[in-house]
Design a protein around this ligand. Structure first.
Ligand code: DQA
Length: 141
């Protein structure tokens, strides 16, 4: 089974970005772990990251066309992007929403809303980068 792991803005700086919140694992390390975790379960995992909303929408539209399951950390877009909401609504295969931190426990009010959750089969948040492993395990059933 193919699985797409899609990471949104500022996640390319994982490891250097506010490590007290997001930890010390870099995006490259996260990507390698996701591929390895997937391989253990017979999943062919591809990890992508973009800071460009249109790129993310194009990837989600292609995932809808191909009915590919998606693990999505939409980062800040989670909280305000209706384009992302619409793109997630079109997905045919399961969508798992992932956050490294627990946005609902953070002080900024804007993080308490998710436009991804209405379309997600499950939400995994606050488990650090291990949340991606849990998301892949969920999709493996
Ligand atoms: C995040 C949480 C979001 O609120 C934030 O904008 C991010 C990362 C997380 O993985 O914890 O960029 O999605």
């Amino acid at each position: 089974m193919k699985v797409l792991v899609l990471n949104g803005p500022n996640l390319g700086r994982l490891g250097r970005r506010q490590p007290e919140i997001y930890g010390s694992t870099t995006h490259d390390e996260l990507a390698a772990r996701c591929v390895a975790w997937g391989r253990e379960r017979g999943q062919e995992v591809e990890v992508r990251q973009t800071n460009h909303e249109g790129q993310m929408i194009d990837w989600l539209n292609a995932a809808a066309d191909d009915a590919v399951p998606v693990v999505l950390n939409a980062a800040a877009w989670t909280h305000y992007s209706y384009a992302l909401y619409d793109a997630c609504a079109q997905l045919e295969a399961p969508l798992v929403e992932v956050h490294i931190s627990e946005p609902k426990q953070r002080p900024e009010e804007f993080r308490h809303t998710s436009l991804v959750t209405p379309h997600a089969a499950t939400v995994i948040a606050g488990r650090g980068v291990d949340g991606y492993r849990d998301a892949l395990a969920f999709l493996a059933g």
